[in-house]
Design a protein around this ligand. Structure first.
Ligand code: GDP
Ligand code: IMO
Ligand code: MG
Length: 460
């Protein structure tokens, strides 16, 4: 049995918390794409854990696998594992030999290219973790994989091939002086060889290396259950997202097969749970037809102070941002806030084939008189129920709203104990609308950040 957890919006839907709650009965938690650009929050025994690379199953003592579809920064991996150990959690993390390695030059180039694009206001607003440049090298067949770290000769040979190209990019294409960079060692074969061969040694010594498909198939043959933890969200999927404001991998459910080494039949045979935030947030650039207010620098025409909103719409965005703690887990950036966008969710449900939903932050929305939902878009006088393929067209879509009556703030811990029927009636109406539109049942409702603040309707 497998359960795949997929973000249905622009990331930060609360996937980490849902993996933690629904992953209770899983034996192995697998990340199948992305790297330390993710920021997943798990609240356990009143303690908050922010994980960027280690799968959320770590907090529950599961076996955690970073599959072949991931890009792994060993510096982050070991610092996260060491920090967890200091807090008394000893995570069991396995890393696919086929996963690609993020090197310091990838981060360097991520930053340089964003700077260059920002001169024309075209930056993606990446997390700066080197994700794009690493997947770029993977596709260009010049990347280094985790297995290469354990073979010092191969490691040196591949670094010696790739680094002159990176140096030329920095100097000749971007016109920068390597000597004046903050970290000139990012482009040194010797320095990188020494540091990364040591990571390879540690990965081998700690028994962390696996061939992920074989490893997972063996665990399944022994009767174990797997949970796939998607990082990011559907709208920043490289194929199904709003290109070019996307990440460089496939968080949609198909990625769980290619990124783990198991067949699509294995993933498709299980459940695919779309995680939906009760409203919408975005970090980084790109359109957002249901956006409220804004964040300075991100929203054209809004240069205000996010903590000092000036219009009613800014006030609402501010209120939701503060209530929901909407500040980036990785970068601390204030998140842009908007109403739920149904064309986006229909697109996500189709791209991944959701068999169920987890809707979070129902508590965050409490206390509003009424809420809007972008039910459809209007473009050129026509109604659209799903997303257009281009970002330019999406930018022209105007949200057509449906209004729902708000619900009161109640004792959410009590609601979580009593179950679905204890939710305020208007909240249930809202949830049932979403479930109907997406043709998928609600399995879980988040009414607070903690594990015990989740109403579990049905365990997939
Ligand atoms: P992820 O990247 O999808 O795992 O989500 P993040 O961890 O980046 O962002 C979700 C944030 O919302 C975290 O701070 C969570 O603790 C919090 N959160 C998740 N679900 C709920 C919920 O139902 N209610 C409230 N109030 N907070 C939630
Ligand atoms: P989780 O797993 C929200 C966004 C970045 C940027 C774009 C590309 O916490 O949901 P990248 O660094 O991946 O090349 O950046 O994708 N982005 C995220 N936004 N949540 C995330 O992860 C994100 N990971 C990347 O802001 O717009
Ligand atoms: Mg996040």
């Amino acid at each position: 049995m497998t359960v795949t957890i997929v973000g249905s919006q622009l990331g930060d839907e609360g996937k980490g918390g849902i993996v933690d709650v629904l992953g209770d009965s899983a034996d192995v938690v697998v990340r199948y794409q992305g790297g330390d650009n993710a920021g997943h929050t798990v609240v356990h025994d009143g303690e908050e854990y922010k994980l960027s690379l280690v799968p959320s199953g770590a907090i529950r003592g599961k076996v955690n696998v970073l599959g072949n579809g991931c890009v792994v920064n060993p510096r982050t991996l070991f610092s996260e594992i060491d920090a967890l150990r200091e807090r008394g959690v000893d995570p069991d993390v396995r890393v696919a030999r086929r996963a690609h390695v993020i090197f310091p030059y990838h981060r360097l180039l991520d930053g340089i290219e964003e700077d260059r694009k920002s001169e024309d206001d075209n930056e993606v607003g990446t997390t700066g973790r080197g994700i794009g440049p690493t997947y770029e090298d993977k596709a260009a067949r010049r990347g280094l994989r985790i297995a290469d770290l354990t073979d010092p000769d191969t490691l040196r040979e591949r670094l010696a091939y790739v680094l002159p190209q990176k140096r030329a990019l920095v100097e000749d294409v971007f016109g920068l002086d390597i000597g004046s960079l903050d970290d000139p060692d990012a482009l040194s074969v010797d320095a990188l060889h020494e540091e990364y061969a040591e990571y390879g040694r540690r990965l081998a010594e700690e028994g962390m290396l696996v061939d992920s498909g074989d490893f997972l198939a063996d665990r399944m043959a022994e009767g174990e259950d797997l949970m796939f933890e998607g990082a990011q969200g559907t709208l920043i999927d490289i194929d199904h997202g709003n290109y070019p404001f996307v990440t460089s991998s496939n968080p949609t459910a198909g990625g769980a097969a290619t990124g783990s080494g198991l067949g699509p039949g294995v993933v498709g045979d299980g459940e695919i749970v779309g995680v939906v935030k009760g409203y919408l947030t975005r970090v980084g650039s790109g359109p957002m037809p249901t956006e409220l207010g804004g964040v300075p620098g991100d929203t054209p025409g809004y240069d205000g102070d996010p903590s000092n909103p000036e219009t009613e719409s800014e006030e609402l965005a501010h209120q939701i941002r503060e209530e929901g703690g909407e500040y980036g887990t990785v970068t601390g950036r204030p998140r842009r806030v908007g109403w739920l966008d149904m064309p986006m969710l229909r697109h996500a449900a189709r791209a991944s084939g959701f068999t169920g939903l987890a809707v979070n932050h129902v508590d965050t929305l409490a206390g509003l008189d009424e809420l809007n939902v972008g039910h459809a878009y209007e473009v050129d006088g026509e109604e659209r129920l799903t997303m257009p393929a281009t970002t330019e067209e999406w930018g022209q879509c105007e949200a057509q709203y449906r209004t729902f009556e708000g619900w009161p703030d109640v004792d959410w811990a009590d609601v979580a104990t009593e179950g679905y029927d204890a939710l305020p009636e208007n909240a249930r109406t809202y949830l049932e609308y979403v479930a109907d539109e997406l043709d998928a049942p609600v399995y879980a409702v988040g009414v607070g950040p903690a594990r015990e603040e989740t109403v579990v309707v049905e365990r997939p």
